[in-house]
Design a protein around this ligand. Structure first.
Ligand SMILES: Cc1cc2nc3c(=O)[nH]c(=O)nc-3n(C[C@H](O)[C@H](O)[C@H](O)COP(=O)(O)OP(=O)(O)OC[C@H]3O[C@@H](n4cnc5c(N)ncnc54)[C@H](O)[C@@H]3O)c2cc1C
Length: 491
């Protein structure tokens, strides 16, 4: 007689939660996801109005093979569910001094721009990419595949010997300065640290892997919007027997002494499980375990939040690219205001994503969808009331008009705003920190809460707040690491 399937409960239907559920179900586990919100996907969320379709979270995915591996692990194929388009050129960049250029992933087109900015010599850029490539190779066998808290295997031990120690362990901005002379290119490459909600002036140089990955493997849009990924994972999960319970907040994690036994739901029901996997922010776990003095992630350890405006435009704008960035005049001041003074910057760098430039299914017959984002601190006390939003909005539009972006105000058909406060409430993220713990210093970037709790047998973590960190491909890597640990320790 075969034994009954093992049971897992996943707390939260974010991308990491959906990923781990699918991987475990594919290995014969019975999996229930309990999500507090009315929709699945967590920060990979959407908003629709009058035929305009907006992704309210991620606007670009990288490392598409990580997504392909998940579908394959569940016995399917990504191409059966989704169509990915490479966004090329990568982005247009606009600077306060009027400089403007297009960043393309096509090396023969990009090198003349680099040479012009670097005084005739592109070797620094190429060396910086070579550093990223080395770090990528090491990460593939170590950081991306395994929890640093598990004993290393032969492959990871061997890969670590190739770690570029000299340039890999310093400070990111200083290392970049070693390779790149142009202040414009420095600002461009420094911005990649915001992909993990961090400051380039405090992040470790090891994260030079991020610009390399985008340059080498591209940034990708999903036809119909990135939320299609969530829909596809939900549908495939349902086929594999995953049950996703919405409006079903977990209010407690149950245990017998140290051993985790299940969860308690908001309706009072207790659900037994062999493994409980936390996809919400890891810092809430002590609260769910009922431990005295439990505190969410402290402000000083939080990654950036964001202020996002969504505009559905009436007119079609063929003059605008898919991605563009409007840089502040002084990047160091901007990050000092964000992290040290913990306030919305006087002069924010503004990112605009117009996916409808590449994908007309995002809009009604005419028009554009426009996602406008500026970084903001993940503070507890900021009111983000009408007055605060109006002030921040004025700074965002001031930056756009100084950089020559057209005045779109009379052209707006629908609009919406997301503040750090909404993000905090909707996704249960302390202060609305988008990427969990900030990646400052070596410890912040690499020693995040472990994927498996050693203190509480049966308790696991998945998603942006655990290893290897935030961002869509990395949370799916965490789903892979965590599913393997669950099977290894609980089967
Ligand atoms: C504005 C914005 C822009 C972004 N841009 C990009 C981008 O361009 N590229 C990229 O790769 N990434 C980007 N990201 C980051 C990316 O969205 C996240 O890293 C990723 O989606 C996080 O997934 P996760 O698994 O950590 O889960 P989350 O999305 O954090 O979801 C966790 C889920 O758990 C639920 N939950 C929490 N506590 C409980 C509880 N007690 N009971 C039940 N449910 C609970 C929450 O409601 C939530 O649904 C962006 C994010 C935002 C918000």
């Amino acid at each position: 007689m075969s034994s009954p399937p093992k049971r897992a409960v996943v707390i939260g239907a974010g991308l990491g939660g959906l990923g781990v559920a699918l991987r475990l179900a594919a290995q014969g586990w019975q999996v229930d996801i309990h999500e507090q919100a009315a929709t699945a996907g967590g920060k990979m969320n959407r908003w629709t109005a009058e035929g305009y379709r907006f992704d309210t979270g991620p606007s670009l995915i990288t490392m598409p093979w990580v997504f392909e591996e998940l579908f394959a692990a569940a016995g399917s194929s990504l191409s059966n569910h989704l169509t990915l388009h490479r966004v090329e050129p990568i982005a247009s960049y606009h600077y306060d001094d009027g400089t403007h250029f297009v960043h393309t992933g096509c090396l023969p087109d990009w090198l003349p721009t680099v040479r012009k900015l670097e005084g005739g010599d592109a070797s620094g850029f190429l060396a910086f990419m070579a550093l990223g490539a080395k770090l990528f190779n090491v990460s593939q066998a170590t950081f991306f595949k395994r929890s640093p808290f598990e004993p290393p295997d032969r492959d990871s031990g061997r890969a670590l010997r190739d770690m570029p120690l000299r340039r890999g362990w310093g400070n990111y901005a200083r290392t970049l300065q070693h390779y790149i002379r142009s202040p414009h290119l420095r600002q461009l490459f420094n911005r990649y640290m915001t992909y993990v909600g961090s400051s380039p002036y405090q992040a470790p140089a090891t994260l030079a892997v991020i610009p390399f990955v985008e340059y080498a493997f591209g940034g990708w849009h999903v036809q119909g919007g990135l939320y299609r990924i969530v829909e596809a994972l939900l549908a495939l999960g349902e086929e594999r027997g995953v049950r996703c319970h919405l409006n079903s907040a977990v209010t407690g994690i149950t245990r017998k002494q140290q051993r985790i036994t299940g969860v308690q739901l908001v309706n009072g029901e207790v659900v037994q499980a062999d493994a409980v996997i936390m996809n919400g922010d890891a810092s809430w776990t002590d609260t769910l375990l009922g431990r005295p003095g439990a505190q969410p992630l402290p402000e000083a350890k939080r990654s950036l939040s964001g202020l996002i405006f969504l505009f559905g435009l009436k007119s079609t704008r063929p003059d605008q690219p898919h991605h563009q960035v409007f840089f502040s005049a002084d990047y160091q001041t901007e990050f000092r205001q964000l992290f040290d003074e913990r306030r919305f910057p006087d002069d924010p760098t503004v990112y605009i994503n117009m996916p409808s430039r590449s994908d007309r299914s995002m809009v009604p017959e005419t028009g554009e969808v426009m996602f406008v984002m500026a970084n903001a601190p993940a503070n507890e006390q900021d009111a983000w009331d009408g007055a605060m939003i109006a002030e921040a909005r004025a700074r965002v539009f001031n930056r756009l008009s100084r950089s020559g972006f057209p005045d779109i105000r009379a052209d707006v058909a629908v609009s919406n705003v997301w503040t750090p406060k909404n993000i905090a409430q909707r996704y249960a993220m302390p202060g609305g920190a988008i990427y969990g713990q900030v990646s400052h210093g070596w410890r912040g970037a690499f020693l995040r809460p472990a994927n498996r709790s050693k203190r509480w047998p049966g308790l696991y973590y998945v998603g942006g707040s655990t290893h290897p960190g935030g961002g869509t491909p990395t949370v799916l890597m965490s789903a892979d690491i965590t599913a393997r640990l669950v099977v290894q320790h609980e089967s």
